[in-house]
Design a protein around this ligand. Structure first.
Ligand code: FES
Ligand code: FES
Length: 156
């Protein structure tokens, strides 16, 4: 079936089964491999994208549910104000270890910061609890989110 979906500000046409997960449309059909596959069951967060600004597990999002919504992926999240601050803070706090989970972490963190510019520790834990990191980068993730929030308050 032919779908026309909005991804990163562009309209893309894909011909796939209507229950194809958005993750596989991104990775296999469109070649956008920044979004990662981990569990395929909404348990790890590696596949997180934004749909109309909301952090969403693309592995369990059928393409026919996307409709006219705006999909944003790791490839362009740095073009948003919150995404740019998060990515800068990620570098400054040297968050990444193996990197596999980090696209999803950055997408969840950016959604949090967009909706809540001044998150508490509890807000961070709540927003990030579905993103698993086997390398245990959680303390640096929390520090980077706080740094990004601080830079937002300072107009950075
Ligand atoms: S691959 Fe989607 S949540 Fe794990
Ligand atoms: S940085 Fe290795 S899984 Fe998170």
């Amino acid at each position: 079936m032919l779908f026309s979906i909005n991804i990163n500000g562009e309209r893309r046409r894909v011909d796939v089964d209507d229950d194809t997960p958005l993750l596989w449309v991104l990775r296999d059909v469109l070649g956008m491999t920044g979004t990662k596959f981990g569990c395929g069951a909404a348990l790890c967060g590696a596949c997180t994208v934004h749909i109309d600004g909301v952090a969403t597990r693309s592995c369990v999002t059928p393409i026919d549910s996307v409709g006219t919504s705006q999909v944003t992926t790791i490839e362009t999240i740095g073009e948003t104000p919150a995404g740019a601050r998060i990515q800068k803070a990620w570098l400054e706090r040297e968050v990444v270890q193996c990197g596999y989970c980090q696209s999803g972490q950055i997408m969840s963190a950016t959604a949090l910061l967009s909706q809540n510019p001044n998150p508490s520790d509890a807000d961070i834990d709540d927003a990030m609890s579905g993103n698993i990191c086997r390398c245990g980068t959680y303390p640096r993730i929390r520090a980077a989110i706080k740094l990004a929030a601080q830079s937002g308050r300072q107009g950075g």
